[in-house]
Ligand binder design. Structure first.
Ligand code: C2G
Length: 132
């Protein structure tokens, strides 16, 4: 079984996230998602609308996702790749090059981001609507 691993915050889930998860899953037979917990999002300077528990429930309901694990630090990836016997590590190409150190353990694939959508954009657009 070819196992794929990716990480993210996946707040205010949108089509860009789904496109990433679908393409990641298509690179293998089983997709594990390392979901950033609330403490790690503070380290990433990311304010989330939904707490970890809700974001986990939402992710687990997606047909492309087979398992959700917790992401709590920058250092866990190498361990996770070995622990879960990962064949392919996938991230959006805004991360190109950042995780090449994992090439010693598995294939590393950076997929083109979906243009024109982001959680930040959603928040900005909603703010404008409410304050127009
Ligand atoms: N993404 C995408 N297209 C978008 C928005 C996001 O392909 N329009 C991808 C990102 O490149 C990432 C994944 O969806 O691979 C999740 O995005 P975020 O939740 O923003 O994740 P991020 O904050 O980049 O966290 O250790 C890695 C980090 O946890 C990644």
């Amino acid at each position: 079984m070819k196992k794929v691993l990716t990480y993210g915050t996946f707040d205010l889930l949108h089509e860009g996230h789904i496109n990433l998860l679908r393409r990641a899953r298509e690179l293998g037979d089983y997709l594990i998602v390392g979901l950033s917990n609330d403490q790690f999002n503070k380290i990433k300077n990311k304010e989330t609308y939904f707490p970890f528990r809700s974001r986990k429930t939402i992710l687990e309901s997606i047909k492309f996702v087979d398992c959700v694990i917790e992401e709590s630090n920058w250092e866990q990836k190498t361990l996770d790749v070995q622990k879960f016997d990962i064949d392919v590590f996938v991230m959006g190409d805004d991360w190109t090059g950042k995780f090449d150190f994992l090439k010693d353990y598995c294939e590393v694939v950076y997929l083109p981001r979906t243009e024109g959508i982001s959680t930040t954009q959603i928040k900005r657009d909603l703010y404008k609507k409410v304050h127009a």
